[in-house]
Design a binder for this molecule. Structure first.
Ligand code: ZN
Length: 311
């Protein structure tokens, strides 16, 4: 990419480890696909990839532009799907979320009408505290066949303890349908982000299948401390073990590495593609290089996802 893109990244509000910028958009590095088969897994599973209608995606990119969060993958949707496959990611989710009322149901309709064009996509819906929410969540599961949901507490200003959502959470808990939730304070805190909102929520729905995005950064250890007590709780590695330090200081990120080994059954690989200021190969190769067992890598990069969605 042009020097301008790199210049933008220099002025990012978040530091880069060692001041080094990985390539922003490229093909997988040689040997990448061989590494996947050497690990004994057929491909990679990404629990955290985003799909939005193009007009909304462009508005989101404009927001990132204003934060000097360079996005390399400004490609048409099907081109983006190809990049996932080129990097060995052959199963991935379709995460999106509502910024306001009267938006979630139409996002679900859009996902339902389009996801079959994206080879390997696992359809995820979203919801929002509003009238009719329980009925469109049920529809998304029982009519659309969605396999999970995504919520974004910061962008949606969503309180997990909002009584308007209790029917939905009770239903999804009973159905064992996973929800990827951005509840942490990274990269930016919100009115309803942080462990103080998450703890009462998980205590209310102790069997709910939740995957905490970004490992709960900036409070990784607080979220991880719940993993022993809540067997259906999991974390995703999205934007954690990368050179772009939006999810925490180097020391915090390094302190999280042993969690991958200890909780290898409760951690999923996530990328945040395409909204990342580096190439897709970067987060994958960072996981390859971590000092954890091959077994942990197999589970995090593939098996946990496969077992969760394709029993
Ligand atoms: Zn995300």
């Amino acid at each position: 990419m042009s020097a301008n893109v790199t210049d933008t990244r220099i002025s990012s509000p978040f530091p880069w480890r060692g001041g080094f910028f990985p390539p922003i958009l490229d093909d997988p590095i040689p040997g990448h696909l061989e590494k996947i088969s050497d690990l004994g897994i057929p491909h990679l599973f990404d629990i955290h990839t985003h799909f939005f209608p193009e007009t909304i995606m462009k508005l989101i990119w404009r927001w990132f532009d204003n934060a000097n969060w360079a996005i390399g993958y400004r490609l048409p949707e099907l081109e983006r799907v190809k990049r996932l496959h080129h990097n060995g990611i052959k199963q991935f989710t379709t995460l999106n979320y509502a910024h306001k009322k009267n938006m979630a149901k139409s996002l679900n309709d859009w996902t339902y009408n389009n996801y079959q064009n994206w080879q390997g996509a696992i359809p995820f819906g979203t919801f929002y505290p509003e009238e009719g929410v329980y009925s469109y969540v049920k529809e998304a599961v029982e009519v659309y066949g969605f396999l999970g949901f995504k919520l974004h507490c910061e962008v949606s200003k969503l309180n997990l303890n909002d009584p308007e959502l209790s029917d939905c959470f009770g239903y999804l808990e009973k159905k064992e349908i996973p929800i990827v939730i951005h509840t942490g304070t990274a990269p930016l805190p919100g009115e309803f982000t942080g462990i103080q909102f998450f703890k009462p929520f998980i205590q209310t729905y102790p069997k709910i299948h939740v995957i905490v995005a970004h490992m709960g950064a900036h409070e990784i250890s607080a979220y991880a401390s719940l993993l022993d007590d809540y067997q259906n709780l999991a974390l995703d590695t999205t934007m954690v073990f990368v050179d772009f330090l939006a999810t925490g200081k180097e020391t915090d990120v390094d302190a999280a590495i042993p969690l991958l080994e200890r909780y290898k059954d409760q951690i999923y690989f996530g990328s945040d593609f395409p909204n990342i200021p580096y190439n897709l190969n970067h987060p994958i190769s960072k996981i390859w290089d971590l000092p954890i067992s091959d077994k942990a890598k197999q589970k995090i990069l593939f098996e946990n996802g496969k077992n969760r969605f394709f029993k």
